[in-house]
Design a protein around this ligand. Structure first.
Ligand SMILES: [Zn+2]
Length: 84
């Protein structure tokens, strides 16, 4: 009788441990995904307009934006060579 009880406890303990392990694993995956999305978003929007702070994915878009929205503002030096 006692032995059976002990076995049940051991089994229950194992179950809890594996549940904790799974939860940890899932949390880790979630964290990793969040990080990847953040990194991807950061990589996709690397050009920030110096005038209005609009973010753009590439220098071409940035230059077109700059020329149409801020024609009176001198072009930033990093856009001078960009072919729009
Ligand atoms: Zn702008």
């Amino acid at each position: 009788m006692l032995q059976v009880l002990f076995l049940d406890m051991a089994r229950g303990q194992q179950k809890i441990q594996s549940q904790q392990k799974n939860a940890k694993k899932q949390a880790g995956q979630k964290k990793k995904q969040g990080h990847d999305q953040k990194a991807a978003a950061k990589a996709a929007l690397i050009y920030t307009c110096t005038v209005c702070r609009t973010q753009m994915p590439d220098p071409k878009t940035f230059k077109q934006h700059f020329e149409s929205k801020h024609p009176k503002t001198p072009l930033p030096p990093e856009l001078a060579d960009v072919q729009a």
